[in-house]
Design a protein around this ligand. Sequence first.
Ligand SMILES: Cc1cc2nc3c(=O)[nH]c(=O)nc-3n(C[C@H](O)[C@H](O)[C@H](O)COP(=O)(O)OP(=O)(O)OC[C@H]3O[C@@H](n4cnc5c(N)ncnc54)[C@H](O)[C@@H]3O)c2cc1C
Length: 480
Amino acid sequence: MGNFKGNFLLSAPMAWLKVALLLSLVACAAARPRVVVVGAGISGLIAARELLRQGVDVTVLEANDRVGGRLWRTKVGSGANSAYIDLGAQWVGPTQLRFLALIDEFKVEKFPTWQDIAKGAKTLQWTDGALKDPTDAEQKDFLDVQGKIQELTKTIDTNAPWTHPDASALDAITVAEWAAANADTEFGLYWTLNNARSRCEPKTASFLHYLWHRTISSEGGEPQKWLIDGAAGQFPELLAAQLPRSAVRLEEPVHKIVMGKGAKPITVYTSKRKVKADAVVVAVPPYQAGRIQYDPALPASRRQLLMHTPLHNALKVMVSYPTPWWREKNLTGSAYIMGLSALQTLVVDASNPRPGSPGVLASFIAGEAAVRWNDAGKDARRAAVLADLAKVYGPEATANVVSYDEGDWPGEQWAGGAVFYMPPGTWTQFGKALRPAQWGGRLVWAGTEVAEKWAGYVEGAIVAGEKAATDAASAANGGA
Ligand SMILES: Cc1cc2nc3c(=O)[nH]c(=O)nc-3n(C[C@H](O)[C@H](O)[C@H](O)COP(=O)(O)OP(=O)(O)OC[C@H]3O[C@@H](n4cnc5c(N)ncnc54)[C@H](O)[C@@H]3O)c2cc1C
């Protein structure tokens, strides 16, 4: 008893000091601004990490049961004969500086694609039922059309494509209409459309949009120069691991965002909770942003824009074998394909060079082929893809298949497609509403689509996430 009293008297001032310290810490914590990030794709995760670095508390609300969005990896093979492959983004190029910095930061290795290493090896060309190279006239036609497009890209203001003197005319037609008027051969037309297909849906995309996209992400920047050891899909996992465990909440689609009156916080609603925030970063593709309810309603120009920004219909398919057997036949593994059932474009070797890694062929089911195969189911698509590969590469393509994997992006509820594009009339009527924040700067847009360069790529997503974090931190701190 005596001891207790003595200890109590002695320790009372210390205890009060501790309580006071605790209270001041709580007060401090309460005073820290909070930002909610909608979407745990790479853009949202980069934004969240940057917000924390800038002294802002952050909650990331993700609809899916995983982080990463359109970056998603899976393991194929087993034991020493295994490797990660990407069902979404996989390549990085030399001018994608923020993506390269992220790769270096996590000390991940990258490697050149086999096509670039295998000098003298043959790339296959499949045209209408046979392996045959295009005629000189066909080749020239395709290159002439590409030259015309290249010239036009020089005239585009990347930040404001709607200011082009011929913006109305360029934005009034689709890529397919322009190509049909400019290509002289079936080959030239097919490959002009196929070139476009990695970026948009030629039949429904505005030609102005295509020109803009080629300007901000030129092939000259070699966006497909390197593949990544362990796959690009590892970066969202690595970034999420740097955030406090409770900061990322999965399976919580945001369905409503309500602006508080005056200085009151914004409220973000999911099916499980509501979270108060001083500012919000919406890091989802515009089409997904348009599915959220905003109160007060967004300006009409912004709502119209969100109604006019689809993601294009493309599935990525990957076929894995015990080894890259085509290399022994002096093939690059790449094939240009015209006139097959499921595969409508390019096939590439996406194998990891580490000894023992599986051989991997990657391709896309896109455009008309995607429409044909969208709802057929994975088993039917697998059979069609393997049958196509067998025609081009021979029977080895169907023997010893370790794994058939696909990124069914049009079938993914929280994506809806692969890369965003704008249909005719969108840039010139609503393009200005793509980037500006709303609600006095407290509702900020991120995601690859709002980047000024490399929009539609991982690089664009990272840059957009970094910028959105700075803008949102400033708004959450009372505005710059
Ligand atoms: C098949 C394919 C191949 C590609 N290849 C390459 C490549 O080789 N190189 C390259 O640089 N880029 C490539 N890309 C593009 C690249 O993947 C994307 O640009 C990038 O991953 C986009 O990141 P993001 O964070 O902006 O969007 P996303 O990755 O789409 O992230 C958005 C997140 O928001 C979530 N979400 C959606 N709605 C809600 C909601 N209401 N509430 C909460 N969360 C929501 C989604 O689930 C998702 O996780 C490819 C894309 C595809 C599909």
